[in-house]
Design a protein around this ligand. Structure first.
Ligand code: ZN
Length: 341
């Protein structure tokens, strides 16, 4: 005789209940554990907002990334988690109230809009808020599960009172401050390996020793004026895989054991790739995958939870670009299984 429970049937499509002798509450706890054996990946359909045709920001990549992860079997639909909008007060933990209101209302002046580089629309304002909520959810899931990945995020050029370089609100900073405020973490380490310096993040935390900012970026690149992170490693133009990975290895393990963070926020910008339009480094696909494994295993082996965001990536070949971003999720899935999180 096959005993079935409605809860299992819904999830496992008619397979026998695994725990018929337990109460419904116990079954739920057990099944939730079973369901969490795979890496949590955060996505929302509103990560995409329409832009004028020909705009150089590759907005379509966020949907394509989620589609590629499902099509290639890197993720199953059950792994996808959906963020919900946060109250505006969460954004104001980092950003000036006037700036937040002006941006959300669409009343930011033209000069400030131009510095952001994305034309304002209600859909873009909503996209901005749901994407940063995605990073906050990713950070919470990382604390629960050890590792989690967003399919957007890494808006590290956003300063407290203005946006810049396609970045409006700083998701890394908001996630750090919000999780600190609700008592989930004390010390955060931000590992920013996007090809561009995390200048906004550096300024936000310049007088805050509870969040350590590490940025490894190309020295000759946007932003023209660099800020002071807690640790900046500026790389020469054209650096290739081996040298890059050796440089990273020189800093990251020591940083982890010195900072001892409760959470690592990892900005895995794919614009370090040799084919990137706005980057000036020369990593290959293999180099990017090795980098993600290097970061993730360094953190997980030390017992530090990691929340990942995809960061920048710019290329006319959107399929190639999306594949580069997906290397983060491919590596994270492998690391997740390796460490049986
Ligand atoms: Zn970048």
């Amino acid at each position: 005789m096959q005993l079935r429970c409605q809860y299992c049937l819904e999830i496992f499509g008619g397979k026998a209940c695994l725990t018929p002798r337990f109460s419904i509450k116990s079954r739920r706890i057990i099944l939730d554990r079973i369901l969490s054996v795979d890496l949590p990946i955060v996505y929302h359909e509103n990560y995409i907002a329409p832009l004028p045709s020909g705009h150089r920001f590759p907005m379509a990549k966020f949907r394509m990334l989620q589609e590629m992860l499902l099509a290639d079997g890197v993720a199953s639909p059950a792994q996808l988690r959906t963020p919900e909008l946060l109250p505006q007060s969460s954004i104001e933990l980092v950003h000036d109230r006037d700036y937040v209101r002006a941006y959300c209302d669409g009343t930011l002046d033209v000069k400030a809009q131009r510095r952001i580089g994305l034309p304002w629309s209600p859909a873009l304002a909503h996209r901005t808020c749901i994407a940063l909520a995605g990073t906050v959810l990713t950070a919470k899931l990382a604390l629960e599960c050890g590792l989690a990945c967003n399919t957007a995020g890494g808006t590290h050029h956003a300063f407290p009172s203005f946006g810049s370089g396609f970045c409006i609100f700083n998701d890394l900073a908001i996630a750090s401050r919000l999780l600190q405020k609700i008592g989930l973490v004390r010390k955060v380490l931000i590992v920013d390996l996007d090809v561009h310096q995390g200048d906004g993040t550096a300024v936000i935390f310049q007088n805050d020793s509870s969040v350590f900012t590490f940025s490894m970026h190309c020295e000759v690149n946007f932003p023209g004026t660099k800020q002071n992170s807690d640790l900046d490693v500026a790389l020469p133009v054209g650096m290739e895989d081996d040298e890059y990975l050796q440089t990273l290895d020189k800093y990251l393990p020591d940083l982890l054991s010195n900072v001892k963070p409760d959470l690592v926020l990892y900005d895995a910008g794919a614009d370090t790739h040799f084919g990137d339009k706005l980057g000036k480094l020369a990593l290959t696909d293999t180099g990017l995958f090795r980098r993600e494994m290097q970061v993730l295993t360094a953190c997980l082996a030390g017992g530090y939870p990691v929340a990942c965001v995809i960061g920048g990536g710019y290329c006319d070949d959107l399929n190639g670009l999306v594949y580069r971003h997906s290397l983060l999720h491919r590596a994270a899935s492998q690391a997740y299984r390796q460490y049986r999180l």
